[in-house]
Design a protein around this ligand. Structure first.
Ligand code: CP
Ligand code: NVA
Length: 291
């Protein structure tokens, strides 16, 4: 959401809804004749598949490049990788560790570059989450969103940016040492999951151990004890509250099996919406570049 022009999300959501409705009968192929590189340094199921399928459905081809299979993994600088790929492909989708690598890639490649998750942000996920909330409950403006768990992680940070962009109230509940380092007037940080959940319109969580944090697993499992979406926490939320999870989910940790089962329809609709919203993003990129 950082840097996304005002009105862009509205345009992206409108296209996403059309692509969702007309999935089997596409009228537009904005990526026809294009090849997009997908450079991934971390594991992925949803992001990889939704982008690869989405690029194909928009008429383009995708080239999956595991960072360890290209020279980048042996130490070739990101700037040189970008200068090479920028001369060969039409766009790039990048999942990596350092946010700066995505910025550097975009600057050196001079092609549309999409952040598919870094240590700092996961913007395509949160755009999808807001789309999913609005699809199911209407406008998110002024609503209360409760994030329970690792407020220092990429997903929470993108929620912070989204709160300002979309004008909703975000309450982050995290244990000491796992607060968000970024904030704004729409964000409140608390210790108590119950305080965050009280009267919330959306309850949201993410894994306790993000990719790259595996060495801290034992310490994190201890610290996040109690930061779980369960039926007791849900009973404090608004009676019509939605429960979403970016997935993958670890049952018995950040969410219970019971809630995953009872809210599966919404959570897997959310996962499906990655495809539609990202097609909206790619469409918007294709059109704003041609404008
Ligand atoms: N939510 C998400 O980004 O999932 P993947 O890691 O499977 O792409
Ligand atoms: N915070 C998680 C998100 C996974 C989609 C991670 O970075 O692993």
């Amino acid at each position: 959401m950082q840097g996304l022009p005002v009105g862009a999300a509205k345009a992206i959501f409108a296209e996403a809804a059309l692509y969702k409705k007309n999935r089997r009968n596409p009228e537009q192929l904005p990526l026809k004749g294009q090849t997009w590189a997908m450079i991934f340094s971390k594991s992925s199921t949803r992001t990889r598949v939704s982008f690869e399928v989405g690029i194909r459905e928009l008429g383009g081809e995708s080239l999956f490049l595991n960072a360890n299979d290209i020279q980048l993994g042996r130490g070739e600088p990101i700037a040189d990788t970008a200068r090479v790929l920028g001369r060969m492909v039409h766009g790039a989708v990048i999942r990596t560790f350092a946010q700066q690598d995505v910025v550097d890639f975009a600057n050196y490649a001079k092609i549309p570059t999409v952040n598919a998750l870094t240590d700092d942000e996961h913007p395509c996920q949160i755009l999808t989450d807001v789309f999913t909330y609005e699809e199911k409950r209407g406008s998110i403006v002024g609503k209360k969103v409760a994030f329970i768990g690792d407020a220092a992680c990429n997903v929470a940070r993108s929620w912070v940016y989204a709160a300002e962009y979309f004008k909703f109230n975000l309450v982050l509940a995290a244990p000491e040492g796992f607060e968000s380092s970024v904030t704004n007037a729409h964000v409140k940080q608390v210790r108590s999951p119950e305080e965050a959940a009280a009267n919330a319109d959306l309850l949201y969580t993410d894994v306790w151990i993000s990719m790259g944090k595996e060495a801290e697993a034992a310490e994190r499992i201890k610290a996040f004890n109690g930061y779980q979406i369960n039926s007791k926490l849900l009973s404090l939320a608004h009676k019509d509250a939605l429960v979403l999870h970016c997935l993958p989910a670890y049952r018995g940790k950040e969410i219970t099996e019971e809630i995953m089962t009872s809210r599966a329809e919404d959570i897997f609709d959310q996962a499906e919406n990655r495809l539609h919203v990202q097609k909206g993003i790619l469409h918007w990129l294709a059109h704003s570049r041609n404008a």
